[in-house]
Design a protein around this ligand. Structure first.
Ligand code: KE4
Length: 437
């Protein structure tokens, strides 16, 4: 387990000073810059299991897990072995490979709504392509998304987005033309009436409703009873596609993702993160008659130099093989439940009000203003004490626990978070909550 952290993060500070001269904000993705919590982002030198080591040699129990992919633990020996074998055969051919068949078969066998898959290189590409497929298949232009829903940074979806955009308080980004976003409608998540109204107003123009089945980019908010099936019925009623963005929940909240956990059938599913085992990957998938409309079997164009990359396929296949083993999801459930219970008890003991939401191995403590407050939608999620979260974040970091640097991100528990790690995290949380009181 992590040694007591040295106070020094001198190397990270030095590296960050260099990085900011070379890259916007010194990072390759905004949330990593610690803007929402303050302080210097830590430069990570290596990771193993559930532990990160920063440039100064400090070690941390990690709940970012690369925002989901590291579900079987960092540098998992079976994933490393698969990659070591694959890299010796080259890294990319620009030609079909057997690995794509193997991973596609796994995905199709896990998701009852899916008969065919197309691999891409990120969640953004997956959702962008799924929207194009829905628009091409329905010959309609409008899409509906949820306020606070984040589906990557494609122009048409960066409208009242969650995650980074929400964290930075600029939900709609400059550089996105009004002409592009005029066909994107936003409604409240978990509000079926709002969805109904959006459909009624735009009836026969709606190509798709895209939803994160479990909202993981406004913190973590679980779907209300009947919400997802309600969206399914609305899309069927209006001839629109239901796009289920499972980039975060796919193979995370269940082997079959949220659509199996909550038992509903989307038209198109987007995947990423876990299916690449930490390498760049995304995928969109659907029934045959839809997917065969994608080039080259159909007219809807989509392509990618590194799509189906042999290394990403090898890492994804190895990761899913581990998750498919008996008991993997029981372990994820048990460890995440133990953490959630411990966090709640620690907050209660320090008399710090939190609303702790959890779905499987994804969880998020919201720093609510009043004891007993729940967080069931975007308005409640964004009515939290983000300053208090920031203080908690740093208190935990000093005690060797690395959390996502924003109140609007989910925490991820993986197979490598053993009892010792969970206990150490709860101990750090007890002290951290106390320091806030
Ligand atoms: P990427 O393009 O970042 O691979 O995937 C975009 C995406 C799509 N859909 C959902 C539900 C997602 O959560 C994401 C990306 N998630 C964020 C974490 N909140 C990635 C972290 C980051 O932006 O650095």
């Amino acid at each position: 387990m992590p040694a007591k952290n040295a106070l020094s993060i001198l190397h990270s500070e030095k590296l960050f000073a260099e990085a900011v001269k070379l890259m916007p904000g010194g990072v390759s993705s905004p949330v990593r810059a610690f803007k929402a919590v303050g302080g210097t982002p830590l430069f990570i030198k290596e990771a193993e299991g559930c532990t990160l080591t920063d440039a100064d040699g400090n070690t941390y129990i990690d709940y970012v897990a690369s925002y989901g992919p590291a579900i079987v633990g960092h540098a998992n020996e079976r994933v490393v072995a698969a990659l070591s074998k694959a890299i010796g055969r080259g890294s990319s051919y620009g030609a079909p490979t057997e690995g794509e068949i193997d991973l596609a078969e796994q995905i199709i066998s896990a998701l009852p709504s899916v008969e065919m898959v197309r691999f891409v290189n990120s969640g953004t590409e997956a959702t962008m392509s799924a929207i194009r497929l829905a628009r091409g298949a329905t010959k309609r232009d409008f899409i509906i998304k949820c306020i606070g829903g984040y589906h990557g940074h494609a122009d048409q979806l960066l409208v009242q987005a969650g995650s980074g955009a929400l964290t930075h308080g600029t939900p709609s980004s400059p550089g996105v033309p009004e002409s592009i976003t005029s066909t994107t409608l936003s409604v409240q998540y978990n509000d079926l009436d709002a969805a109904k109204k959006a459909f009624e107003v735009n009836a026969s123009n709606v190509a798709a409703f895209i939803v994160e089945p479990v909202a993981g980019n406004m913190g973590l908010v679980e779907p209300k009873e009947g919400y997802l099936q309600g969206l399914r019925d609305l899309c069927t009623q209006h001839g629109a596609m239901l796009i289920c963005d499972e980039v975060m929940t796919g193979f995370r909240v269940a082997w079959g993702g949220a659509q199996v956990r909550y038992n509903f059938k989307p038209d198109i599913t987007c995947l990423g993160k876990v299916i690449g085992g930490g390498l760049p990957v995304g995928a969109y998938a659907a029934r045959r008659e839809l997917m065969e409309q994608i080039s080259p079997s159909g007219p809807i164009y989509q392509a990618g130099t590194l799509s189906g990359n042999p290394l990403a396929m090898a890492a994804g296949i190895a990761t899913l093989e581990i998750l498919k083993e008996e008991g993997a999801y029981d372990t994820l459930e048990r460890q995440a439940a133990a953490l959630a219970d411990g966090l709640q008890a620690a907050a209660d003991k320090a008399d710090i009000p939190i609303a702790l939401n959890r779905v499987g191995s994804m969880l998020c403590p919201f720093f609510v203003k009043e004891k007993g407050q729940k967080v069931t939608n975007y308005a409640e999620a964004t009515n939290c004490d983000t300053q208090r979260f920031a203080k908690f974040f740093h208190a935990m970091l000093e005690r060797g626990v690395y959390l996502p640097p924003s109140q609007y991100e989910a925490w991820f528990v993986g197979l490598a978070h053993d009892d010792e790690a969970i206990k150490a995290t709860i101990k750090a949380a007890r002290e951290s909550f106390k320091s806030l009181a």
